[in-house]
Structures are given as C-alpha cells and as structure tokens.
Design a protein around this ligand. Structure first.
Ligand code: NAD
Length: 443
C-alpha cells in the first residue's frame, strides 16, 4: 500500500519505518526541514533502540522516503496518517493546532479520495474536527472529493517502540466504514497474523481508549507513590509491599514501581487533557486530578530529601545526577523528573554534574550552556568532586555499584535514589546516607 505519515517524531518515524519494513511504500513528511535533511543523510533525530538499522535498510530498499513537500506527501498515500504532536495547551487541554494544520494541508492538496488516519493522541471529537477542517478546505477550493477519517491510537512505549508497534497487544481502529476497516486490515495485516489483534470500534470509543489506557497506567504509578509516601512515614519498606501486592494477578507487577514520579511526553499531558475534557462536560474528575497532583508532589520529593540532608544549605554544592531521560532507553526529557531536580538545585544555588547514556544532547538543547550544569562522559566522572549523588533514571548501567568506592568520592555521603535501585542495608553499611522512595529502613 502507499502510505503517508505526517510527523517524523517518536510515533511517526517508528510507524513509517515499521510499515515500510513489512513491504508498504511509505513517505514520511515533516515541516521541520532540519529533521528531514538529517533523515536524508541517514541520521536519526531521536534515540530509539533498533530504529537506525531499520530506517537505513528501508531507505536503501526504496520503501521509505522523506519529504517536506506537502503536495508530494498528500499525493502519495491512500492512507494519510497524522502522527504530529498534541502538546498541552495552557489550560491542560490537548493543543490540536498541529493536527488541524495537517488536516488543512490534506484538504489543500487532495486530488483523489483518501483515508485519514488519526494516530496522534487526541480528545474525543477530534476526528469530527479533522473531518470538518478537510471538508471546509475542499469547499474553499470548490471541489468535492470523498474522504474518511478514522482513529488509530498508538500504544507504543519509547525505548521499546519497534517491539511494541510490531507485537503490541491490540490494534485499535475507530471507524464505522467497512471500506476503512478493509484498508486498515490490509495495512496492519503483517502484524495481525498469529491472533486477531484488530479491534474495530466507534471513533469516539477509540479516541477515549487511548486516554483511558494512559490514565490507568498513570493511576497505578501515583497510587504506588502514595503508598510509598505512607510506607516512609510508617517505617515500612514499600519494595516489600510492592512484591506483596504485585503477586496478586488482579494487580500484577507492571507499573507499580514507586519512584520520583512519571514523566515523558504522554502520561502528564494525557492525564491533564482527560481531566480537562471531563471539566468541559461538567464531570468532576476527582481521581484524575488526584493522580496528577500526587505526581506533581512526587517529582519534588528528591530535591526535598536532598535539601533536608544538607539542612537547606545547597548553595555552592556540586550534585552528581545519574539519569536525565524520563525513563531508560530513550533520550526523551519531556516532563522528566530530572528536570524538576535540576531546576530546584539551580534555584538553590547548587551546581549539577550530570550523566545520561542517551539524553545529554537533548539536555544541552533544552538548557544550553550554563555554568551550573556540567555534562560528563560517564557515571564515574559525574561523582568526581561531587558533594552528593541523585539518581533519576533506572538505566541498567547504574544498577551495580561499589558503595565503598562511592563513599570515597562524595564529600557528603548522601545518595538520593529516585528509583530504589539498591538494598538499603548494603548502602548504609558502606557509611552512606541513603534516601530512597518509601523504604522505611532507609530513613
Ligand atoms: P514528536 O514531538 O516527537 O513529533 C512530532 C513531529 O510532528 C515533529 O517532528 C514535528 O516537526 C512534526 N510536525 C508538526 N507539525 C507538522 C505538520 N503540520 N506536518 C508534518 N509534521 C509536523 O511527537 P511524538 O512523541 O511522536 O507524538 C506524536 C503523537 O503521538 C502525540 O499525540 C503523542 O501524544 C502520541 N503518542 C506518543 C507516544 C510516545 O511515546 N512518544 C506514544 C503514543 C502516542
């Protein structure tokens, strides 16, 4: 099939590459000329395991192409995927300006029937707005061309995006049209061979499914952080509690790790957007609001612990920071807890010496050159000459640590671990003060 993807971010580039990989003829379009120029040179603008090899192979085969030309992009695909960003607006609602700009572009250049596939995460009712935008743009041109709009939310996780796209639990498509169903079946056929993964539903149900999924996962995290905060005050170890409840199959082990709060480009904005949608229909979304406020509070706990360990005097101190990305295996720092920690440290007059295996370029892009931020080549250099260590991301390479060695590096023996990576007793036996999350015996 001929497929066009608008947006070459985490979702668009992975979707385009995976669809090309199974034999479709894919054209990816982006308004960011720099991104497209880099892709033409074989450079991948984001870090996603396995993506570079796959992009290279599919570009070489001629099945994956990139363009900034809207007419070429609209002319190419019978399926037109919208995979552009939907960042939060000032009031927390999803900002649809990029999605609707793509709808307008499609309306401006369409010369034959198309199926528009909304893959961006968008509020209920957006397919109708995309439809109306395309229809009014066609009307302005004085032409009538048939088209459909369906919803096909994406459930991939950064860091395992290719795996998730190829082997995800379900492929949700919101449409009432048999024609669209047939095309979407054909598009995803290679990913739907072993058991039926296609789930056809109403457009509104598909749009809400994506928000409900993210809100449920965020709820699990905030719930566990609430329990961790309680455990800390009650002298219980939340890691034992986690295992105790995770063993119940009704609860399960996934997404119940206590930590320094969820971040990334999805959970924070999607929980807020769903709460905003609720308020628009006069529904008091108490649970969603609580999930959000627990998370906001959780993101401030690492700094609070550090500040307490230094009796409120962090001015002039150098703090080593391990992990900048919002989670391992990505370079994404959108809403990352590390940013809350760094920004609070800078406000307190401290200096940050940071290391992340993938997100240092992104950190430099966000914060630029500044005297109170030093990015170093590895975790060892990060602690050299530092007063204390804070861990924000559970990269695998941080998991094994010689605590005696660490004690010798730090001016103050303080370790604030936002991911509960170590056994508290072993850390404390080395003479370190260990502040983890919800671990009674680390107090
Ligand atoms: P991103 O910010 O990484 O990429 C968006 C891309 O769209 C950018 O390259 C931008 O230049 C491009 N763009 C903006 N306007 C455009 C236009 N008019 N035409 C063509 N390209 C345009 O975003 P992302 O993380 O890939 O997310 C995209 C959508 O998918 C969002 O709605 C997000 O909520 C959703 N989503 C993201 C993830 C994730 O893990 N990142 C997972 C599932 C769903």
């Amino acid at each position: 099939m001929k497929i066009t993807i608008f947006g070459t971010g985490y979702v668009g580039l992975v979707t385009g590459t995976c669809l090309a990989d199974v034999g479709h003829d894919v054209m990816c379009m982006d308004v960011d000329a720099d991104k497209i120029a880099r892709l033409h040179k074989g450079e991948i603008p984001i870090y996603e395991p396995g993506l570079e090899t796959m992009v290279t192979a599919n570009v070489a085969s001629g099945r994956l192409r990139f363009t900034t030309d809207p007419a070429e992009a609209v002319g190419h695909g019978e399926l037109q995927f919208i995979a552009v960003g939907t960042p939060p607006d000032e009031d927390g609602s999803a900002d649809l300006k990029y999605v609707l700009a793509v709808a307008k572009t499609i309306g401006e250049h369409m010369t034959e029937p198309k199926v528009i596939v909304d893959k961006s995460t968008v509020p209920v009712g957006t397919a109708d707005r995309v439809h109306a935008t395309v229809a009014s743009t066609l009307a302005e041109r004085g032409v009538y061309i048939d088209f459909d709009v369906c919803s096909n939310p994406e459930f991939l996780k950064e860091g395992a995006a290719i795996e998730d796209f190829s082997g995800g639990a379900r492929i949700v498509v919101g449409t009432g049209s048999e024609h669209v169903k047939a095309l979407m079946r054909e598009c995803y056929g290679p990913y739907n061979r072993n058991h039926e993964k296609m789930m056809f539903m109403d457009v509104r149900a598909a749009e809400l499914t994506k928000y409900a999924a993210n809100a449920m996962l965020a709820t699990k995290i905030s719930f566990m952080n609430e329990i961790a905060n309680l455990a800390e005050r009650l002298g219980a170890d939340v890691e034992q509690v986690r295992q105790g409840i995770g063993s119940d199959p009704r609860i399960g082990y996934h997404f119940i790790y206590p930590g320094c709060g969820y971040g990334g480009s999805c959970f924070p904005k999607d929980v807020q957007a769903l709460a905003r949608t609720a308020s628009e229909v006069d529904y008091p979304a108490d649970l969603l609001n609580a999930v959000e406020s627990v998370n906001r509070r959780q993101k401030s706990t690492l700094f609070a612990k550090l500040n307490q360990a230094f009796d409120g005097d962090l001015a002039g101190k150098t703090i080593a920071l391990w992990g900048l990305a919002f989670k391992p295996n990505t370079d994404d720092m959108r809403d990352a807890p590390s940013r809350d920690v760094m920004e609070a440290l800078w406000a307190a007059g401290a200096r940050v010496q940071a290391y992340d295996p993938e997100a240092m370029k992104e950190c430099r892009r966000i914060y630029g050159e500044r005297d109170d931020l030093v990015l170093v080549a590895d975790r060892i250099q990060a602690v050299k000459g530092a007063d204390a260590l804070v861990i924000c991301t559970e990269w695998k390479e941080f998991r094994i640590l010689d605590f005696d060695w660490l004690k010798a590096q730090l001016a103050m023996p303080v370790v604030v671990d936002g991911r509960n990576l170590f056994p508290p007793k072993a850390v404390k036996d080395a003479g370190l003060m260990y502040y983890a999350v919800g671990r009674g015996d680390s107090l």
